[in-house]
Write a protein that binds this ligand. Structure first.
Ligand SMILES: Nc1nc2c(ncn2[C@@H]2O[C@H](COP(=O)(O)OP(=O)(O)OP(=O)(O)O)[C@@H](O)[C@H]2O)c(=O)[nH]1
Ligand SMILES: [Mg+2]
Length: 686
């Protein structure tokens, strides 16, 4: 099929992200809408694993969308780009990442459950990014659905500006239009007339002239007359329309298509998406969807690295037009790349198009070096543009990786870099101390799916374990140490003698090294060698193999030999004298204590407090948040937090979140000291 969309101008484009809690029906809605509009021959089903948007093996297995899918359909002269996003909390980073690509966030709510955890998070994120919002209450057919109660809840939580465009009828089997052509129907609750009046009142409030006309004309204000003030009301968050649907029976879907094409904003009508000029610079670059002749500026809001297709970058055009054959700059790079092919996406299907016009969403493939969040542009005038990552959470859940086979290090590192390139909330780091590769993600499912990808796509087998706890050693009293290092093996000998003292310092003070020798007992040029020896022990540890800290070392005497004294001799003497002193200075193990902040619904506070007490946690504060939750701040030994993510999730049904950071080091309990020392000793003796 030739590209039927080439003729579309920015006015006819609607960019809509379907967002909301897991299992509210976003993927099913996408599928049914595509089928209804004739974009696909027949709808698949999420549970059969044959939908347009959940096409990866992992998604089919898990029954949840794990990635954002870009789809499109045509309806009533409009080109509707529909982004199906994951609702599972672990993948929320990917969902939040698409917000700068759309004018509308269509928030799907499950009529059986009402407002859920992600619903609130996403409503707030969409509001803070100034997106127009639409609420879709789906699953009105389900026996447990209570559409009336859900609408009441929506209005009490998100405000009275949430007003229905239609209402369920026939026990949720149909809907009654209350806006376009108010139906002569009996909805399941409220009335068509009431809903019609409420929404019209809300819209005309923003337009004095229309208000006057409305008062004169009464109900006969036309849809055309309402259009502009309606867009203004959406932009300002003065109106959040609510629609009812059943993706299963298709009730309300035709009307939803009409809402998308006739009411939701085109790229001109939505709030402008702001791109910053320069990092930390506050002057926004005003993207102009209307300037089709200007330089092309696009933003990569999703990247997939597929072993067969290669890099596929989905981008939103913020200004100008990208044509096949154009040269494009990625970010601030001097050298451009030629874009030979441009695609329109339908889930995993790609269809080549000659150009990507202002306001539209398209993709480019196999362009090396493109990363998530990159700005693509055709002129160096647009160097230095950055899209701020707003509200994408920092990953906190960590796992250490170990390869089960040797020689796959490069493969693993390449694989990890690919994963990180596609995922805004995945991070990798190398722990310099333990030499372990640590992967950080949003939660257990997130990391598990990343590791599955590594196994399946890249073919590396890995074992995981909780990252090694970064213990430390220190001393608790002052002690002297001595070593006379002497070696005579034929030729030149080695000689160095050191007397030193160790003193405990306060927590967090680190390490101090002082030279208090007098009369050249150790010549000045050998003092650094003594320090080098001491530092070797310091980084390797004396009793448990963990680095030492909070220690002062004072070298106060020694002896040298005019011929046999050399650097190596003093390194050895310094090392052994220090070990001698540490062993007499009552060394102990310090354990890291994290400061942890947990946010959760009030009803779980008792359970979590009990759990924290059981893992040696000390609760500092307990505050109410503005959104009706509790935030607990506590200090907990990091060694006890290995399973915390899973525990919090199971205790709170996935509604609790936490952040943690290192707070301080404290003496580890006696049993931990003993176990660590015993585990270390044999390896030393071997
Ligand atoms: N009864 C009923 N079931 C529905 C409806 N819409 C979706 N479902 C079912 O609800 C389940 C979840 O639907 P999905 O479309 O996968 O939900 P989702 O919002 O995409 O979920 P995530 O991808 O995890 O965020 C599937 O079993 C669907 O068949 C509906 O309108 N009525
Ligand atoms: Mg889904």
């Amino acid at each position: 099929m030739a590209d039927t969309h080439a003729r579309h101008t920015a006015e006819s484009v609607r960019n809509i992200a379907l967002v909301g809690h897991a299992s509210s029906g976003k993927t099913t809605l996408t599928e049914e809408l595509l089928a209804l509009a004739g974009s696909i021959p027949s709808p698949g089903a999420a549970e059969k694993g044959n939908t347009v948007s959940d096409f990866t093996e992992q998604e089919k297995r898990s029954g949840h969308s794990l990635n954002v899918s870009v789809c499109h359909l045509e309806h009533d002269g409009a080109l509707i780009n529909l982004l199906d996003t994951p609702g599972y909390p672990d993948f929320i980073g990917r969902t939040l990442a698409v917000m700068p690509a759309v004018e509308t966030a269509a928030v799907v709510i499950n009529a059986q459950h009402g407002i859920e955890f992600v619903t609130e998070q996403i409503m707030a994120a969409a509001a803070s990014q100034k997106l127009c919002r639409l609420i879709i209450v789906n699953k009105i057919d389900a026996p447990e659905a209570n559409a009336e109660a859900v609408l009441e809840q929506i209005r009490s939580v998100f405000g009275s500006e949430c007003l229905p465009l239609n209402l369920p009828a026939n026990g949720g089997q149909k809907i009654a239009d209350c806006f376009f052509e108010p139906a002569d129907a009996e909805p399941d609750f409220s009335s068509v007339q009431t809903a019609h009046t409420e929404i019209t009142d809300q819209i005309v409030e923003l337009d004095d002239e229309l208000m006057e006309l409305y008062l004169e004309q009464g109900e006969s204000i036309s849809l055309e007359q309402l259009h502009d003030p309606l867009e203004r009301a959406l932009r300002r968050g003065h109106l959040i329309p609510v629609c009812f649907t059943s993706a299963k029976t298709r009730a309300g879907l035709r009307q939803l298509l009409r809402v998308f094409s006739q009411l939701m904003p085109n790229p001109f009508e939505g709030n402008r998406i702001e791109i910053q000029r320069g990092q930390g610079n506050t002057t926004p670059f005003r993207t102009d969807p209307g300037d089709d002749s200007g330089h092309f500026v696009g933003h990569v809001f999703k990247l997939t690295v597929d072993p067969y297709v290669g890099r596929l970058a989905a981008f939103r055009v913020h200004q100008g037009t990208l044509r096949a054959g154009d040269q494009v700059y990625i970010g601030d790079r001097r050298k451009g790349v030629k874009i030979a092919h441009i695609y329109r996406l339908q889930g995993r299907e790609t269809k080549e198009v000659p150009a990507a016009a202002a306001g539209d969403i398209c993709a480019v493939a196999k362009i090396e070096g493109i990363e998530f969040n990159d700005i693509l542009h055709t002129s160096h005038d647009e160097d230095g543009l950055v899209m701020q990552r707003r509200g994408i959470p920092e990953p906190m859940h960590a796992l250490a990786l170990r390869l089960t086979q040797r020689g796959q290090e490069k493969k693993l590192s390449d694989g990890l870099h690919k994963l990180v390139a596609e995922d805004p909330s995945l991070a990798i780091e190398q722990d310099a101390e333990t030499n372990e590769t640590i992967i950080r993600g949003m939660g257990e499912l997130h990391l598990r799916s990343a590791l599955e990808r590594l196994r399946e796509d890249i073919g590396v087998e890995i074992e995981t374990h909780a990252p090694k706890v970064p213990y430390r050693e220190t001393v608790t009293r002052t002690a002297d140490g001595h070593c006379r290092h002497k070696k005579q093996t034929g030729g030149a000998g080695q000689f160095g003698e050191v007397y030193l003292k160790v003193e405990p310092l306060e927590r967090g003070a680190g390490f101090e090294f002082l030279d208090q020798t007098v009369g050249g007992s150790i010549p000045g040029q050998f003092i650094p060698a003594v320090e080098k020896g001491v530092r070797q022990v310091l980084s390797q540890g004396a009793v448990t193999g963990n680095p030492m800290q909070d220690i002062r070392v004072i070298v106060y005497d020694g002896k040298h030999h005019p011929v046999d004294s050399k650097e190596i001799a003093f390194v050895m003497a310094g090392k052994k004298a220090f070990l001698d002193a540490v062993n007499k200075a009552n060394p102990i193990v310090l354990e890291p204590i994290a400061r942890i902040q947990i946010t959760l619904p009030n009803r779980f506070v008792g359970d979590i407090s009990g759990h924290l007490a059981g893992i040696r946690g000390r609760i500092g504060s307990n505050d109410a948040t503005t959104d009706g939750k509790t935030r607990i701040t506590a200090q907990v030994p990091i060694a006890e937090l290995e399973d915390f993510q899973a525990t919090l999730k199971s205790l709170t049904g996935g509604e609790g979140t936490f952040t943690l950071q290192l707070d301080h080091y404290a003496s580890a309990p006696a049993n931990v000291q003993k176990t660590l020392a015993e585990a270390y000793r044999p390896s030393q003796e071997a």
